[in-house]
Ligand binder design. Structure first.
Ligand code: AMP
Ligand code: ZN
Length: 136
């Protein structure tokens, strides 16, 4: 299903032009218009799912297969020396377009970008409590 007024639905389905790198029945891979680095790409499902929680499991697997193939292409064609996969869910996590997408961000020496977090230092008990909360 497509969602009216969703820009990524329109891009994924070709109603709005984009710099397309790859397309098949289920996905379109495009260049990000505000790239972190050269070749920053987005994998968009053609159907509308707001985020990872809505994405069907089977399609999630196919997203990762597409990511692997695209990562190889970006490395081979652009000569990047690393690559980050980034996928934001929810405003709090930095999502700004609410149609599932996976970022592929090629990394180059001295590209000036930083993708990361400040590591915490939880005590063992806290880690164990978290583990239990998640698994029990
Ligand atoms: P996120 O913050 O994870 O939701 O990422 C949204 C990404 O979409 C950002 O990196 C934007 O630069 C990118 N973006 C927004 N609109 C467009 C568009 N029309 N074409 C290509 N990329 C876009
Ligand atoms: Zn959409």
């Amino acid at each position: 299903m497509k969602k009216e007024d969703c820009i990524f639905c329109k891009i994924a389905n070709g109603e709005i032009p984009s710099k397309t790198l790859y397309e098949d029945e289920k996905f379109r891979v495009i260049l990000d218009l505000g790239p972190a680095t050269k070749g920053h790409a987005l994998i968009l499902p053609k159907e509308h799912f707001a985020d990872l929680y809505e994405l069907p499991e089977e399609l999630a697997g196919e997203v990762m297969k597409t990511a692997k193939r695209m990562a190889e292409k970006l490395r081979d064609r652009l000569g990047c020396e690393g690559l980050n996969l980034v996928q934001n869910n929810g405003e709090l996590a930095g999502q700004t377009v609410f149609h599932f997408h996976l970022h592929l961000i090629p990394r180059y020496r001295a590209d000036g970008q930083k993708i990361g977090w400040k590591p915490g230092q939880p005590a063992e008990e806290e880690l164990e409590e978290t583990r239990k909360t998640i698994t029990d």
